[in-house]
Design a protein around this ligand. Structure first.
Ligand code: AHR
Length: 662
């Protein structure tokens, strides 16, 4: 009897447990959504480079960021040649002590003609010291090694001592260069730090009377990405690598255009020996009165060779953007005459040779000499950045005539101006349709609501017209260029909702990238940004993680799904023909959990579904150095035996289901 009772109880318990998910599901059934995914009618192929990266040297993204040189103004070429360099002034019993020497900048018999300035410190007494303050301080890790190097010429002092001090002036590392003669030569030594400093200094000391000449003074981490000398900052590249981006757009952005044509980006000045790469003012130096950065220049230690190499390292297609003969239309709008465009077009043709040409060609040889005999497989080039108007179209035609004649294999990316609607957007699009342009770059720095209500933006685009590159977008929590903008979960989830629309229209939208990518917490000009860093640390924002989960789960073919965007539910589905998985993305933009059922037609899966969830009930949630993954992907699994899969979508969540689809 007892045994029967126990068995009955067990049976009731089992029945109760078996019904529990269904009860829970039907409890919320008035809200429960059916997500229908029709695998029997697969749609168009999705571009393999769908979700990628937009890199621009803004917010100290290159010098002071991805390019980890720790000495600011290493070649004394900033407008004020002593920017970043300081003498020690101390107090003694007699008052303010003058330094034991003097710094001066010279140009006669320079190291090279492109960077003609160099420093001549003169020690009136042994022990003359001066220092470099780095990019908002010099950040070094205890236990790590740094290569201290300089070009030196000296008929006098034969040694140059270097110490690194922390914020309180304690020495945490030291080294010495020695054996100089009266010819320019490069000297180096490796310094191991015995403590960490976020805002340290590099001090240089001359221990004999007299002067010497110094150029290209460098303190560079040994442990770079792939351990390359002149390599990139490891933690930042790792974040980019983790995205598995489809493409890398570089070097911008307005930086391509320059405020004037004389300060435009010229790729040829960014390749070859690093000491010969001509320093240039960064156009973000004085763009915003509220965020001036008079010490923002480009050393081009990160130049076009390094960009191509980075693209290759992270598995992304390279997409260089070139100046088309127009300076930034928000600044001078200076325009090269049509008969002066040869140099600009030549730059584009030579770039193709630099990237893809044989090692027997002049530019292909330079690539090989720099260490990459194999081609970089360039397939597309941007003609102009964010241009618009008839002057742009005239110049594009000159480029297109030359490039299409000589390189029909290269797709050209053209711009639709700075805004997503209205003029000049409409007239640019009608021009590009008439001219059968390859790919049109659209930019939208809009509110989170705009992103939520424009998920169907591409549903009605002409399928036979130019393809779309959503080249710069980011939800602005306050407004475009506002210094108050935040990278919070609201901006990120709105972008995720919008991205389901990009994915559903993957036959038209070939590429998409969030912008800007990087920002130094002590030196930014533009918010929001995908990744924030300081001199030692970095973290991805919720917006970064949205990019990551989309780029990591992109699929190869569009699969029809309904509903697409209804009542705060946004969906898309793709098939990955390589891994044989169906990927369903569901965004629940609502403060409540939502029961749903994924109903599959055309496959009857069984096995383990991988689930990736990005969620926060708090739309204001942000990541930070202390909580870098507060909003970040979580993984779980679900077993399924049928094509009707009940699921729970968490409040304000992005959920991705990878369903086995043999
Ligand atoms: O991403 C910041 C800037 O926004 C880009 O440089 C420019 O293309 C756009 O206006």
């Amino acid at each position: 009897m007892v045994a029967i009772l126990m068995r009955t109880t067990t049976w009731f318990a089992a029945l109760f447990l078996a019904l529990l998910p269904a009860c829970l599901f039907s409890q919320g059934s008035q809200d429960a959504a059916v997500i229908s995914v029709d695998v029997s009618h697969p749609g168009a192929a999705i571009s393999s480079s769908m979700f990628g990266i937009f890199f621009e040297d803004i917010n100290f993204g290159a010098d002071g960021g991805l390019y980890p040189e720790l000495v600011k103004n290493r070649s004394f070429e900033f407008q004020e040649p002593l920017t970043g360099w300081h003498e020690f002034l101390g107090y003694s019993a007699k008052g303010l002590d003058s330094p034991k020497g003097e710094l001066s900048v010279h140009t006669e018999a320079p190291l090279n003609q492109t960077n003609p300035h160099y420093l001549r410190p003169h020690a009136y007494e042994p022990g003359y010291a001066f220092f470099n303050s780095g990019f908002r301080g010099i950040g070094v890790e205890g236990g790590a090694e740094y290569r201290f190097s300089a070009y030196v010429r000296s008929a006098g002092p034969k040694t140059l001592r270097a110490t690194i001090t922390d914020e309180s002036g304690h020495e945490i590392g030291s080294g010495k260069l020695e054996g100089f003669d009266d010819h320019w030569k490069r000297y180096e030594t490796v310094i191991r730090m015995n403590a960490t400093a976020q805002h340290g200094r590099l001090n240089l000391i001359i221990d004999e009377r007299g002067s010497l000449d110094l150029d290209m003074v460098s303190l560079f981490p040994v442990d770079t990405w792939k351990h390359r000398p002149n390599g990139l900052r490891k933690d930042l590249v790792q974040l980019l690598y983790d995205l598995h981006p489809g493409f890398l757009r570089f070097p911008g952005g307005c930086i391509v255009e320059g405020r004037l044509l004389t300060t435009r980006y010229r790729w040829k000045n960014t390749v070859g020996d690093i000491e010969k790469r001509q320093t240039l003012i960064n156009r973000w130096n004085d763009e915003f009165d509220q965020r001036p950065a008079s010490d923002y220049f480009q050393s081009f230690g990160l130049g076009f060779f390094e960009y191509f190499q980075l693209a290759e390292d992270i598995g992304a297609k390279p997409l260089p953007i070139l100046n088309c003969g127009m300076a930034c239309q928000f600044n001078s709008s200076e325009t090269a005459a049509l008969n002066q465009l040869d140099e600009y077009v030549r730059d584009a043709l030579d770039l193709i040779e630099f990237a893809n040409g044989p090692v027997t060609s002049p530019w292909g040889k330079l690539r090989a000499d720099m260490g990459h005999a194999e081609p970089f497989h360039l397939t597309m080039i941007g003609v102009g950045n964010e241009q618009w108007g008839p002057r742009y179209v005239e110049r594009y035609k000159v480029f297109a005539a030359a490039l299409k004649a000589q390189h029909p294999e290269i797709k050209l990316v053209v711009a639709a101006g700075p805004f997503p609607t209205g003029e000049p957007f409409d007239s640019m699009w009608s021009t590009w349709r008439q001219l059968h342009a390859d790919i049109v770059d659209e930019h939208y720095y809009m509110s989170p609501d705009w992103f939520l209500t424009n998920t169907g933006r591409y549903d009605h685009y002409d399928r036979s017209g130019p393809k779309v590159f959503a080249g710069e977008y980011a939800a602005q929590s306050v407004g475009a260029t506002s210094a108050e903008n935040r990278n919070n979960w609201k901006t990120a989830i709105s972008e995720a909702a919008f991205m389901t629309g990009l994915e559903r229209n993957g036959d038209v939208v070939q590429m998409a990238s969030y912008a800007p990518l990087l920002a130094h917490v002590d030196a930014w000009q533009w918010k929001p940004d995908a990744i924030w860093f300081d001199n030692l640390r970095s973290y991805g924002t919720p917006d970064y993680y949205v990019q990551k989960v989309f780029a990591n789960n992109v699929g190869t073919r569009i699969i029809p799904v309904t509903p697409e965007a209804v009542g705060g539910l946004y969906t898309s589905a793709t098939l990955d023909e390589n891994t044989h998985e169906l990927t369903v993305k569901a965004i629940n933009y609502s403060p409540s959990a939502r029961g749903a059922e994924i109903r599959l037609t055309g496959i009857n899966p069984s096995g383990t579904i991988k689930i990736i969830t990005l969620a926060s009930a708090d739309l204001n949630a942000e990541n930070s150095f202390d909580h870098p993954t507060a909003v970040s992907p979580e993984s779980s699994t679900l077993e399924t035996k049928s094509g009707n899969i009940p699921v729970q979508l968490r409040p304000y969540s992005v959920t991705i289901y990878r369903i086995p689809a043999e």
